[in-house]
Design a protein around this ligand. Sequence first.
Ligand SMILES: Nc1ncnc2c1ncn2[C@@H]1O[C@H](COP(=O)(O)OP(=O)(O)OP(=O)(O)O)[C@@H](O)[C@H]1O
Length: 217
Amino acid sequence: MFKFIDVRYKGVLDLPTLYIEKEKITTLVGASGSGKTTILKMLNKMISPTQGRILFNGVDLKEINSVAHRRRVTMLSQSPAMFEGSIRDNLIAGLRFQQREIPSDEVLYQVLEQVKLKKSLESSANTLSGGEKQRLALGRVLILNPDVYLLDEPSSALDDETEEIIIHMVTEHVRRENKTLVMVTHSKAIAEKYSDTIIEISEGRCSSRRCNNERNH
Ligand SMILES: Nc1ncnc2c1ncn2[C@@H]1O[C@H](COP(=O)(O)OP(=O)(O)OP(=O)(O)O)[C@@H](O)[C@H]1O
């Protein structure tokens, strides 16, 4: 689905080859500062390689409209912004931005249930804990229903039990709906349990065999 060809980004990344497969769960692991977030931002076209090309289903990302691309390939950042206002306002923020139809409260509560938030849609988002905000932000992305989810440490603020529940839910959703997921995690256990492919990034380079041994994809 994504194919990196001789990609470099400033002095940060140097990736001669990297493949992300469609309808699979790919997890990026590696030390802090190794370049994982930078890779997600490239997949989302928030930033572009300073050298080389990234193909998306065979088409150079440069040729694809950024706004349209981000509707198909949606990123949940490491510290997502919450807006003043209610949980509902925050949950539907992306839909509003994309000028899409707002679902019924029943559907919105189903999304809250999915992310294990037992809160009223009317309550303020500001008073939520860090982990609750993280789950609300995940709900905001799930409701957009993109083809590709880019999740940057989606469970970093959660306790182990909640992390397991949330990652289980997301990965089940991805498999059931034939979506593609690329996530970053610091948890080796999560990476090993849920991924089809683990890509290890070290100082901006891919240090797993994965990057070089599948040229015929
Ligand atoms: N726009 C930029 N220009 C130059 N350097 C950058 C830019 N963005 C990030 N960097 C640097 O690139 C390196 C990789 O950053 P990145 O956020 O991708 O790491 P990461 O692996 O996601 O780290 P963490 O696990 O701590 O989130 C860091 O040293 C960072 O300071």
